[in-house]
Every structure is written in structure tokens, then in C-alpha cells.
Design a protein around this ligand. Structure first.
Ligand SMILES: NC(=O)c1ccc[n+]([C@@H]2O[C@H](COP(=O)([O-])OP(=O)(O)OC[C@H]3O[C@@H](n4cnc5c(N)ncnc54)[C@H](O)[C@@H]3O)[C@@H](O)[C@H]2O)c1
Length: 317
């Protein structure tokens, strides 16, 4: 049995990952800036939560050493909007935090460090399809600056010190419970209508960006963790998902919720931000090296999402 540390384990991806690791019979320790959260309500007695700040090196080193950690899923971060609101704090959490995690892994011989980077790293000049080697040019946000830094620092710790750093670049993640940020429109159009509420989206019908369902995202992280080292030709892998215009996404929701009321009320700032995102991620290397396959296309997402919301009405309000 492996003892896993999830930084940011109270967050959206982290709490879903914690649940999956527990289901797989692993021991889970969460390191987060908060003491607890509703996100782990159903399994909080099965995990240990350490309250700490990623920017505080001693707290990070102590959490790893004192708990005899085998593997670190380093998910803790200040993401897009909070990072832009306070870039200094985002630098400390994201850049220094990743440095502290890699030092902990080096000093205490942690078996592997899994790190999620993302599509946000690609600026306006990026091509429509992002390959593993597409240049990550001119990031306009502190969040992206620190994600690119994390990728490069992880590669350095791998070649210099042999730290088993492995990284994925995710598209935007959607699923039940995801309600904030630019990419939340995909989740909101299912969530709100499954709850019988009307849904107004701040984007237009042509808006399109790549998404990955939360269940695929957590499976992706554990698959990369379990991949044979001998098969890995690189440390950082692009992950694909699906990419469908918003109108087609809404039509799929209507197929399963015929009385759904979805309205496009475009906010031109949001539309512009969405249009600046690349349309597609190419995950050829992840497929070749460790057998990555997206399981959920949008049609399958909608069906599973509706079932989840209906199965847990008090959790998904
Ligand atoms: N959600 C996406 O679409 C997406 C896409 C690509 C990559 N990622 C990456 O996946 C990871 C998780 O994303 P998420 O969507 O779950 O975000 P989230 O905001 O829901 O979770 C982040 C967690 O980090 C914690 N945290 C923040 N500052 C901290 C600090 N100083 N010390 C300790 N903990 C701190 C927060 O409390 C939160 O629980 C992030 O690293 C993010 O960059 C997410």
C-alpha cells in the first residue's frame, strides 16, 4: 500500500483524486492551506489533513518527512483568477511551493512527484493544435508563468538529482462541482439544467476550447503515476479530451434534458479570453508511452454528470 500526499487535496481535482486513491486502497494525506472543506465531507475520517502553506519550506519538508510519504500529487496552487488578483502570493504558493515539494522529494527519497500543468501556458500566438513541443510563449498571467516554471524545475530535478518528476498538461477540467472561472460554462450548462434551473452563459455559441472530464483527469494522474519508467520518453505530457463548439454542447444537454433552458449572453471579454485559448491538445506521446485514452467524450460526460447530480442532490446544490 502506498502513502500518498496530495497538496491542494481540499480543492476540486485534489478531493476527487483523494476519493479515487482511497477507493484503490491507498493511504491519503492532504496538505492544504485550509483545515477542512465540504469537498471531503463524505470521507474525511479516512484521510489525514495537514494544514500548511506551500510557500513555507519547513512546513512542506515536515509534512513529507513526518508522514513517510511514497508519492506526492502536487496539486496545490493559486489558479487563474486568484493568482491574477494577488500575483505575489501566487508566486510564493506556486513557484516557491513547487520548489519546496521538489526539495522534499529529493531529501526524503519520495518515489514520484506528479504535477498538473495546463493549456493556460499557451499564449495568443499558439497554433490551433498544441503538441508536446509547442513553444510556451509569452504567458500573460502569473498562473501560467509559475506552471511553466514548475515544468522546467521538475525536469531539472529529474536530470540533476534523479527525482521522479512526472507532469501532465491538462485541458480545462469540467464536471459536477466546477462552478467558477472561464471554463465553468461547460459544467454550468449541465449542472443548472439538471437542477431544473435556467442557465445563462457568458460566452457565444461558437466558443470552443478543449475539456477533460474530472473522472478522466484523476484517472490520468494515477495512470501516469503507475506508468513504467522504462516507457517514459519525456517528463511532461500533453493530455487531450474533447473540443466541441458551445452550441453543440448545449444541443447534447437538450438531448438528455429536453426542457433545459440554456441562453448565450456573450460577455465579449469572456469570449475573447476563450477565443485566445488553443482549440486542441495533441496527446500522441501520452498514448504511445503509457496508453493514455480519453474515456469520456461530451455525450458521455453529460450522461454521467446528470447521474452524479441526481444521485447526490444535497452535495450538488
Ligand atoms: N481545473 C482545471 O481546469 C485545471 C487545468 C489544468 C491544471 N490544473 C491544476 O490542477 C491543480 C488543482 O486545480 P483545481 O482546479 O483543483 O484548483 P482548486 O483551486 O480547486 O484547488 C487548489 C487547492 O490548493 C490549495 N492551496 C492554495 N494555496 C495554497 C497554499 N499556499 N498552500 C497549500 N495549499 C494551497 C487550495 O486551498 C485548494 O484546495 C492545480 O495545480 C491546477 O493548476 C487544473
Amino acid at each position: 500500500m502506498s502513502r500518498d500526499l496530495i497538496t491542494g487535496g481540499l480543492g476540486y481535482v485534489g478531493s476527487n483524486l483523494a476519493k479515487r486513491l482511497l477507493d484503490n486502497g491507498e493511504e491519503v494525506v492532504i496538505f492544504d492551506i485550509w483545515p477542512s472543506s465540504k469537498s471531503i465531507e463524505s470521507f474525511k475520517s479516512d484521510v489525514q489533513v495537514i494544514q500548511g502553506h506551500l510557500g513555507n519550506m519547513a512546513e512542506v519538508l515536515n509534512a513529507v518527512q513526518a508522514n513517510d510519504i511514497d508519492c506526492i500529487y502536487h496539486l496545490g496552487a493559486m489558479i487563474t483568477m486568484p493568482a491574477e488578483a494577488n500575483p505575489w502570493s501566487a508566486y510564493n504558493t506556486n513557484a516557491n511551493g513547487t520548489y519546496h515539494i521538489l526539495e522534499a522529494a529529493r531529501l526524503f527519497n519520495v518515489e514520484s512527484v506528479i504535477f498538473p500543468s495546463g493549456i493556460v501556458n499557451y499564449g495568443r500566438e499558439a497554433p490551433e493544435v498544441i503538441t508536446d513541443d509547442t513553444f510556451q510563449s509569452n504567458p500573460s498571467q502569473m498562473y501560467a508563468v509559475t506552471k511553466i516554471f514548475g515544468e522546467r524545475l521538475g525536469e531539472y530535478y529529474h536530470h540533476k538529482f534523479g527525482v521522479n518528476f512526472r507532469c501532465v498538461r491538462f485541458p480545462a477540467i469540467c464536471g459536477p462541482g466546477r462552478r467558477e472561472g472561464l471554463a465553468a460554462y461547460a459544467s454550468l450548462m449541465v449542472h443548472e439544467t439538471a437542477k431544473g434551473r435556467p442557465c445563462q452563459l457568458p460566452i457565444d455559441e461558437k466558443t470552443q476550447m478543449p475539456f477533460l472530464y474530472i473522472k478522466d483527469a484523476v484517472r490520468c494522474l494515477t495512470s501516469l503515476m503507475n506508468a513504467d519508467e522504462g516507457n517514459l520518453s519525456r517528463r511532461v505530457y500533453n493530455i487531450d479530451g474533447f473540443s466541441v463548439p458551445a452550441k453543440e454542447m448545449a444541443d447534447t444537454v437538450l438531448k438528455y434534458i429536453p426542457d433545459a433552458r440554456i441562453e448565450f449572453l456573450a460577455d465579449q471579454n469572456m469570449v475573447k479570453l476563450a477565443n485566445d485559448m488553443p482549440n486542441k491538445m495533441d496527446a500522441t506521446k501520452a498514448r504511445e508511452d503509457w496508453g493514455w485514452e480519453t474515456e469520456y467524450d461530451w455525450d458521455k460526460v453529460v450522461q454521467d454528470f446528470i447521474a452524479e447530480v441526481k444521485a447526490h442532490p444535497d452535495f450538488y446544490k
